[in-house]
Design a protein around this ligand. Structure first.
Ligand code: CDP
Length: 789
């Protein structure tokens, strides 16, 4: 654990400071988009398609417009007049804002009703008459790639098939050779189903265009307000929206998890409506719209192969994946990474050869492929390597812990260059697994399992030893729509020694107001309680790329430290002036500069701040402030080892997670309590897809899993008591040795649980079960094996 260097009063790094934002939240004083009320505000509701693929023959708005209070119905034709009926996606594909010709998935936006009241808008939606002509539906991505499949993107004149991209990494020839030479090879198909972030707050906005000043303010649920401002300016510049007149405000956000990175059609329609009508327009989706139409995650069909020597030494990994993107590539990946950071799929192992390929495919489903609490397809990569590792252990009849220990990248080999090109910054994988095994009592559990098996009881132990990759930039490789991925911080120290720090990121519940204040406290010695943190308002915060993919600590957090260090440099000169000595004679110790050898002669940061405005050296600019735009030299590579213990009910097939031990390493920790909160939440969000959550479609493209009736989010009933611990392996390149942590648990938990279930059934010849591992799936397996009770 990171030992605090500052006093509890200063509350720098390593202190479990209570969250500064919580008094606001627990007293109901949060300020979410739906809390915003503006004078004259109108409301918008959206007409959505019941068909997955259909031609729009006509839209009749007459009846809707007759409803008292309905002021306008906006259709694709309305937006086409301003050339705003299509918009770019983050992957430079195109997405309909509203259709003019056909719909491409069930629940797609078809028209929008503007009314004086939310309920009247909903009545208006009911009254809009749309005449559809159904078209053939393509749901299965494998069938979509068949040459006989209808080409879905008829809007792209030269498109002759449904393939979006082919991406590959690694040395194919060397990998094929290693497979040919291998003693043992295993192969496993696995499917990571479509899931949804299902955050507590759905998406929405209040768009407010002031016709007199020409200023557009949009309060919206976005994780990346600055990028949205620039995209709005680029896409709508031709209708007079100029970037200095656009203000995007992300108020409090009730969970983002990657789902609030894309720009959804609703934001654009509400904004266009506000510009045309000249009044503020509020749009807030309901739960079913959120689940059915907002970006989904995963939907990866993975074919994985692993080669090894007889003794278990892994020699090569080969992966082929079909990625179902729905009707447009609206994934939220950095531009140059169509399959995100899937190439982290060699995981924690010293694999000398690897080759991975991914084909993105169009289908008649909602678009997406977002990084749901995951640094761009890393969850998919981790599931793949951790599952196939267990398949190999089963093939070799080796203990999965022993197999992992044998193949871990040795601690002394860091920085380590992986076969697929990443330079892992630091790691100590054996230490994390050893700690998890000790905590869970691994040897004893194996004995218990053998005893239970003899009695016909089903108990399994599953390990996942994952490596994450977080903190995009570096800007030389990472951009979103051309915007380089760095992040920023601006700190102003006031005369009385208090400070305001503004960041280019935006918390959605992660506790930035607290942890960022702790970073400033650590660097400057100003108590965290006296550092006001602000994010999310493009009129005031410095430009940054936002919060997702656990990037805040590695990028903006680093910028916070760098800005504080610039302030410290200036503070040193002011202290030298006050103490009448040379700056070289001064030493810094949290919160004050002292004269070397004369510790009594010192000036505190508060004295210095006051002097910066009242008694600064002549020739020096007054004030004490700095800004930093931090471009990380590399990503950070958090890791961990998780062990799940499950019991399976032979009567129902239900899986009960009896124990779950999570040992995480995110380098130096700013706030241990917040990190634990991140892990607890992440583990629950990992349990969810492992056992419960899935959005699927029938052959006609009808969604199942589009409401909370059948999209099962975990409750306290299904959630075990998580047992957590840490190891600390600092990042060598991060200014204070930290790595991101927000997503580790979400990606580490599902394979641990899946491995535990397969482990419980392995003696029956079961090698793999796709997630979600529902009671029905397990019960059918047990029935097949003659074990169902
Ligand atoms: O980008 P996001 O905030 O989602 O992820 P993160 O950078 O992993 O941080 C999640 C929360 O954990 C933030 O409040 C961080 O400041 C905190 N954290 C920490 O206290 N120590 C770390 N080494 C990493 C994150």
């Amino acid at each position: 654990m990171t030992t605090p260097k500052t006093s509890p009063e200063v509350c720098g790094m390593g202190h479990s400071m209570k969250r500064k934002e919580d008094p606001r939240f627990i007293r109901g004083r949060g300020n979410y988009v739906d809390d915003i009320q503006l004078p004259g505000m109108l409301h918008m509701d959206i007409v959505r398609s019941p068909f997955a693929h259909a031609k729009i023959k006509s839209i009749n708005t007459e009846k809707a417009l007759k409803i008292p209070g309905v002021l306008a119905v906006i259709t694709g034709e309305t937006l086409a007049k301003y050339n705003l009926h299509w918009m770019p996606t983050l992957m430079s594909d195109t997405q309909m804002v509203l259709p003019t010709e056909k719909v491409m998935y069930q629940a797609q936006e078809v028209a929008a009703v503007i009314a004086t009241d939310r309920y009247i808008a909903a009545d208006g939606v009911e009254a809009v008459e749309v005449d559809y002509e159904p078209l053939p539906v393509v749901v299965d991505p494998f069938k979509a790639l068949d040459p006989s499949a209808p080409v879905l993107r008829t809007d792209k004149k030269d498109k002759k098939d449904n393939r979006i991209f082919h991406w590959q990494a690694g040395d194919k020839a060397a990998t094929d050779k290693a497979f040919a030479d291998a003693d043992v090879t295993v192969v496993q198909d696995m499917y990571l189903p479509r899931i949804h972030v299902a955050s507590i707050e759905t998406c929405g906005c209040v768009a407010d265009f002031d016709r007199v000043t020409g200023k557009l303010t949009v309060y919206m649920t976005t994780q990346a307000p600055h990028a949205v401002r620039t995209v709005f300016a680029l896409v709508a510049g031709h209708v007079g929206l100029s970037e200095e007149k656009i203000r995007i405000v992300s108020p409090d956000i009730g969970g983002g998890f990657g789902g609030k990175v894309p720009v959804y059609p609703g934001y654009v329609i509400a904004t266009a409506a506000s510009v045309v009508i000249g009044k503020p327009i509020k749009w807030v989706e309901d739960r079913m719209e959120n689940l059915q139409a907002d970006s989904f995650a995963r939907d990866y069909h993975i074919h994985a192969e692993l080669a090894a020597k007889k003794d278990g030494t892994m020699t090569a990994l080969r992966i082929k994946t079909i990625a179902d993107h729905g009707y447009t590539d609206a994934a939220a990946n950095p531009s140059k990474f169509p399959a995100g950071l899937f190439s982290i799929c060699t995981g924690s192992y010293a694999l000398p050869n690897a080759f991975a390929e991914v084909d993105g495919v169009y289908t008649n489903k909602a678009p997406g492929g977002i990084a749901y609490r995951c640094s761009f397809r890393v969850t998919e990569a981790v599931h793949c390597i951790e599952r196939i590792t267990d398949v190999l252990a089963q093939e070799l009849k080796m203990d999965p812990a022993e197999l992992r220990m044998k193949n871990f990248i040795p601690p002394e080999k860091f920085p380590y260059k992986s076969a697929l090109g990443w330079e892992y910054d630091s790691g100590n994988y054996p230490a994390a697994l050893r700690k998890a095994m000790e905590m869970v009592g691994y040897e004893q559990l194996r004995k218990e399992q053998a005893e239970k098996r003899a009695k016909g009881e089903l108990m399994g132990i599953g390990i996942s030893s994952f490596t994450e990759i977080v903190g995009a930039g570096p800007s030389k490789n990472f951009d979103i729509l051309g915007l380089k991925m760095f992040d920023s911080c601006e700190i102003r120290v006031h005369p009385t020694g208090k400070a305001i720090a503004r960041f280019g990121t935006k918390s959605q519940g992660q506790g930035h107001e607290t942890t960022y204040a702790q970073i400033v406290a650590e660097e400057l010695g100003i108590p965290a309680a006296h550092v006001q943190v602000e994010e999310g308002d493009t009129d005031t915060a410095p430009y940054g790329l936002g919060t997702y993919a656990s990037r805040s600590t590695p990028t903006a957090g680093a910028a916070g430290a760098m800005a504080a260090r610039k302030i410290r440099e200036k503070a040193k000169k002011i202290a030298a002036h006050l103490l009448e000595c040379s700056p070289d004679d001064l030493v810094w110790e949290t919160g004050k500069f002292s004269v070397k050898g004369a510790p009594g002669r010192s000036k505190s940061i508060q004295d210095i701040a006051f002097a910066a405005y009242t008694n600064h050296p002549q020739g020096m600019e007054a004030g004490l402030e700095a800004v930093s735009y931090y471009d990380p030299p590399n990503l950070t590579f958090p890791f961990g080892s998780y062990i799940a213990v499950v019991d399976i009910d032979r009567g129902t097939g239900a899986v009960k997670v009896r124990r779950f031990v999570a040992v995480d390493d995110c380098g130096n920790i700013i706030n241990p309590m917040i990190v634990d909160g991140q892990i607890h939440g992440g583990l629950t969000m990992g349990l969810a897809p492992a056992l419960l959550e899935e959005i699927s479609y029938d052959d006609d493209g009808n969604i199942t899993g589009g409401s909370f009736m059948d999209y099962l989010v975990p409750t306290a009933m299904e959630t075990p008591a998580w047992e957590t611990a840490k190891t600390v392996t600092p990042s060598p390149h991060h200014p204070f040795g930290a790595k991101g942590v927000g997503e580790s648990a979400t990606l580490g938990a599902p394979p641990a649980i899946a491995n535990a279930v397969v482990d419980a059934l392995s003696h029956l010849g079961v090698r793999h079960v796709d997630i979600p591992i529902t009671p029905e799936k397990v019960w059918r397996l047990l029935k097949e094996k003659g074990l169902a009770e």
